[in-house]
Design a protein around this ligand. Structure first.
Ligand SMILES: Cc1cc2nc3c(=O)[nH]c(=O)nc-3n(C[C@H](O)[C@H](O)[C@H](O)COP(=O)(O)O)c2cc1C
Length: 170
């Protein structure tokens, strides 16, 4: 099973990146074949300005993946700007794929913001979402370490379910 993990934040101290890395570790331990893409390494332009070679590579990686995990930060109760650019420009071949969401936010009350990503993926590409999200806020981290046992438990559960259902679908 080939899983693409896209960490979409452009923040140097991205917490959703840390969630992506933690899930990557869990999935590798279960024998998954992981392609990890960090948006920090993708020079990007909005869709009408033409794609960069790195964006074309991501579009190919989306096509080749059996399933996809997306790390997002919440911006104004929605997806972060860089993720929206990558979705618009690089997800054309994501149709019908199974996917999951890992989300970092500033506050406890923005958890419904992941529905913006659900709406895009389900309405635009009929993607099927794992009905479990990992949602974390600043208090769940100490510098670049996840310290919340609840979040760590959710990461393990998310990974187990993503692995099991992903295998059945691919
Ligand atoms: C422009 C902007 C808008 C934000 N809007 C929200 C918001 O609506 N709700 C929230 O809980 N946090 C908000 N935040 C905080 C981020 O979600 C938080 O910093 C999170 O860690 C970002 O993910 P990242 O660390 O992976 O980049 C916002 C941050 C920025 C920079």
């Amino acid at each position: 099973m080939k899983t693409l993990i896209l960490s979409s934040s452009l923040s140097e101290n991205s917490r959703s990146y840390l969630l992506c890395k933690a899930v990557m570790g869990e999935l590798i331990a279960r024998g998954n074949n992981i392609t990890f893409v960090d948006a920090m390494n993708i020079p990007m332009q909005p869709v009408h300005r033409g794609g960069t070679p790195e964006m074309e590579t991501l579009a190919r990686q989306v096509d080749e993946a059996d399933n996809i995990i997306i790390g997002m930060g919440v911006h104004c109760y929605s997806v972060n700007d860089s993720l929206k650019i990558l979705l618009d420009a690089c997800f054309g071949k994501a149709t019908g794929k199974f996917y999951g969401i890992l989300c970092a936010a500033g506050g406890e009350r923005s958890y419904l913001s992941t529905m913006q990503l659900t709406q895009i993926c389900m309405n635009e590409w009929r993607m099927m979402q794992l009905p479990r999200i990992v949602y974390a806020t600043g208090k769940d981290f100490k510098e670049d370490i996840i310290i919340s046992s609840e979040v760590l438990e959710r990461i393990a559960l998310f990974s187990e379910e993503f692995h099991t259902i992903g295998n059945k679908l691919s």
